[in-house]
Design a protein around this ligand. Structure first.
Ligand SMILES: [Zn+2]
Length: 460
């Protein structure tokens, strides 16, 4: 997944004075990304994710990582990779750099270019995975290799890992987090990132992601013996369910802020149009401010950050035009504010429905609850220093996503995980998961410098 939480608005102009990364590392990163894009790592028949794993392993080994320390594990039609750079102090828990190798399906007929033929044109790398997230993966690998070339010796063990089904079922994501649940901290290079100004093309702001809402599906079911529609009874399960959905649809969970969303709202307010920005600041200061809540709740871009949301997404009922319905069901999709258990949210919905005839079940698949990661001073200091080196003066804004990434599984194990990709892109160029995906290659040199700085600070 690749998601920036703050909508861009033209305005603040800042100069990016990116330091040059060693050309060897930059060339290596671009070549590696191109080779990875050419491998169609899409779930299903002929999934080339295991070949991407072999490509990344070979790159790490060529960079000096012992072959015995790079492990590829096959899982169904995919694979995951864990590479270990052993630190000098085995008592320190490892630093994990986390990414994924799979991509979302791309239909060549819909694209201007073949999605699996990488092309560099007008300063952009084009291809499926250019944004999400083969270029990021290649930049991180090249940064590690570059650190080795310059003789760096970490005290803390550094692990770089790539899952193989992040975009679909996340089986490998869960397996990796289970194995690495003793980690000190995770830098997830599939999250966070920067926005370039639409007019000037210069860095406007950069976000890191410290929390994700928990995904849950709640099924409501009402049943009845049924009968002939010519002889109706007072109780009709479709009507019973409809009344409950009407109440749930009108219900608003209590708006709330966390330390992370308070800072996110306060700092991001300057990039929003004035009414939204003012509401963000007012809500951050007082989460009971009704006029601020009204503005933020009415805006699809901000409703998710002010609390839990649950909405009906599927409905079915009845079995024939001329029969009393025997069953009616609905799915309620919830995005739960970090810190709440899905069972508590389900109980709250049942109370809102107020009808014990309706059965409530949690039917969530492929998701685990995760709390926000703390705003750790060592992490915040490391990214602040790194950004100051490569993009001095660019505002740094924390964020909470409404979707889920591999960080969910680490946070489930209480391992702090932070989306912190150094890649900047214009909103108008952001086509991750979409058509004609592309990323400016001007990200490569500063990206390598950024990783060198962050990884060194957190492992020395
Ligand atoms: Zn992704």
């Amino acid at each position: 997944m690749r998601y920036l939480s703050v909508a861009a608005v033209a305005g603040l102009l800042l100069s990016g004075t990116a330091l040059a990364a060693p050309p060897v590392a930059s060339d290596e990163a671009l070549e590696l990304a191109k080779k990875a894009i050419a491998l169609r790592s899409v779930r299903g028949p002929d999934n080339k994710t295991p070949e991407v794993a072999a490509l990344f392993r070979d790159a790490l080994v060529a960079g000096g990582m012992p072959a015995a320390d790079v492990e590829i594990t096959r899982v169904d039609d995919t694979a995951y990779l864990i590479g270990t750079w052993r630190g000098s102090d085995p008592k320190l828990k490892p630093l994990v750099i986390s990414g994924h190798m799979d991509v979302v399906e791309a239909k060549p007929a819909d694209w201007k270019r073949d999605p699996f033929t990488p092309v560099v044109e007008n300063g952009y790398l084009f291809g499926r995975g250019a944004t999400d997230m083969k270029l990021d993966g290649a930049i991180a690998i090249s940064a590690l290799n570059d650190l080795r070339r310059t003789g760096y010796k970490p005290r803390r063990t550094i692990i770089i890992e790539f899952s193989g089904d992040e975009e679909t079922v996340m089986t490998t994501s869960g397996l990796i987090a289970d194995r690495l649940k003793n980690a000190e901290l995770v830098i997830n290079i599939d999250g966070g990132g920067g926005v370039l100004d639409e007019t000037t093309g210069k860095p406007k702001y950069w976000t890191w992601q410290g929390a994700e809402k928990t995904y849950a599906d709640i099924r409501l079911t009402v049943t009845d013996p049924g009968g002939h529609s010519s002889a109706p009874r007072p109780r009709n399960v479709i009507v019973v369910l409809s009344r409950a959905l009407d109440k749930i649809g009108a219900y608003r969970f209590k708006p709330e802020v966390s330390p992370l969303t308070r800072e996110a709202l306060t700092k991001a307010a300057q990039f929003e149009e004035p009414q939204t920005g003012a509401a963000m600041k007012a809500f951050a200061a007082n989460p009971a401010d009704e006029s601020a809540i009204a503005v933020l709740a009415a805006n699809p871009a901000t409703v998710g950050i002010i609390g839990t949301t649950c909405i009906p997404t599927l409905i079915s009922g009845g079995h024939a035009e001329n029969a009393l319905p025997q069953r009616a069901t609905a799915n309620i999709n919830c995005r739960i504010f970090p810190g709440h258990k899905p069972a508590d949210i389900m109980a709250e919905l049942a109370k809102v429905a107020g009808n014990p005839e309706i059965k409530f079940e949690d039917v969530t698949e492929g998701s685990v609850p995760s709390d926000a990661s703390p705003m750790r001073p060592d992490f915040v200091a490391a990214i602040t220093r790194a950004m100051a080196k490569v993009y001095p003066g660019v505002p740094i804004i924390p964020s909470q996503s409404s979707g889920a990434s591999d960080s969910m599984y680490f946070r489930f194990h209480n391992v702090p995980s932070y989306g912190a990709s150094p890649t900047f892109i214009k909103d108008s160029d952001s086509f991750s998961h979409g058509l004609n995906e592309r990323t400016p290659i001007s990200n490569i040199a500063p990206g390598i410098q950024y990783y060198r700085s962050v990884i060194t600070d957190l492992s020395k």
